[in-house]
Design a binder for this molecule. Structure first.
Ligand code: TXA
Ligand code: MG
Length: 323
């Protein structure tokens, strides 16, 4: 069993040193919790895949403390990517760039690109800075859940999902609930123009305004192995429906302004799209804990982060159809 800690300064320092010796450290970010390993350590990174039961071809995001590490991990960085980094880092945004020779196949899934992110969460920031002091260059970290399941937004979710696969040297840093609640916006910056592969808190409109351009919509036609391109992502055990009426004992998630249908079990009542994102995964997990067979969700509008919520909902509901 891994050890779970409150995030004091000395615990974070100890975690950074544990990473350097090849251990795994689960840490909070502003989006979801990450399962971290030294991104230059082949064996440590291999353990991420074992623990999550994730296919080796599925690349990882390397978390860095600041943009000053961009040039170490990436090459031929387009100006627009530098502008995005200036405007939105630290924050919930991941950039896909051409990889440098430091980014090995074991972290990129054999692709010639690398995913990089500077998280803003103060614990993640301190962990990364301490790791730099131990000469660490980056922390590879996927969401700390079993492959294909709902991402964890608190340390209890991580314990429930991964504790049996982690060992006593591994560390879980507990810092309450994630602020954003869904995974970072992923932007492909390997082409002439940027392309949003996974919507998130940093919206298409924010990117367009930062770069003064109009972005093309994601069509799903990509060879890149990003979440969302896979049909089996973000799945709870319950079957999820985005239309129709719940029956007695079914779960129900909708904005606060929408009444609970008679007999349904209200799992969440977010007051806007931002709160919808924050509570979505937690509510789906609650539905599973209560062993609800079906969860009915009334999707929010596509405004702001609502687009990212609807992206995740469409994946979840697709699963329901193929079960
Ligand atoms: O918010 C987040 O992004 C969280 C926190 C922990 O940072 N991380 C996260 O990681 O969601 P993960 O592994 O669950 O999702 C990262 C996605 C994967 O679908 C992966 O395929 C994609 O990023 N990805 C990683 N490297 C890539 C690359 N070189 N090209 C395209 N997609 C890539
Ligand atoms: Mg994930």
């Amino acid at each position: 069993m891994p050890k779970i800690y409150k995030c004091t300064g000395s615990v974070i320092r100890k975690s950074a040193s544990a990473l350097k010796t090849g251990c795994l450290v689960v840490f909070p970010t502003e989006t979801v919790y990450g399962l971290g390993a030294d991104a230059t350590n082949k064996h440590a990174v291999a353990r991420i895949y074992e623990v999550k039961k994730r296919p080796y071809s599925h690349p990882l995001i390397v978390h860095i403390s600041s943009s000053s590490f961009l040039e170490i991990w990436a090459r031929k960085i387009p100006d627009y990517a530098l502008k995005l980094a200036t405007d939105f880092w630290p924050g919930p945004m991941t950039l896909i760039l051409q990889r440098s020779s430091l980014a090995k196949d074991f972290v990129t899934g054999g692709q010639n690109s690398i995913a990089l992110r500077v998280p803003s969460h103060h614990i993640a920031q301190k962990l990364l800075n301490d790791f730099n002091e131990f000469e660490g260059l980056g922390i590879a970290a996927p969401s700390a859940n079993m492959f294909g399941k709902v991402s964890p937004t608190n340390a209890t979710h991580v314990l429930n999902d991964l504790s049996h696969n982690l060992n006593s040297q591994d560390i879980i840093l507990n810092s309450g609930s994630s602020q954003v609640g869904i995974e970072s916006t992923i932007i492909d910056c390997t082409k002439f123009l940027p392309y949003v592969l996974r919507p998130g808190f940093i919206t298409k409109e924010m990117i367009e305004s930062s770069l003064s351009i109009k972005l093309k919509d994601f069509t799903g036609n990509t060879k890149v192995r990003t979440s969302g391109v896979f049909p089996s992502h973000y799945a709870p055990i319950a079957r999820v429906f985005l239309s129709g009426m719940p029956k007695k004992g079914d779960g129900f998630i909708a904005l606060k302004s929408i009444k609970t249908p008679l007999g349904a079990y209200r799992l969440a009542s977010p007051k806007n799209e931002i709160e919808f994102a924050k509570v979505l995964y937690k509510s789906l997990r609650l539905g599973d804990d209560k062993k609800l067979p079906n969860i009915y969700i009334v999707p929010p509008s596509n405004n702001g982060i609502g687009r990212a919520v609807n992206d995740r909902l469409s994946k979840i509901a697709n699963i329901a159809k193929v079960i």
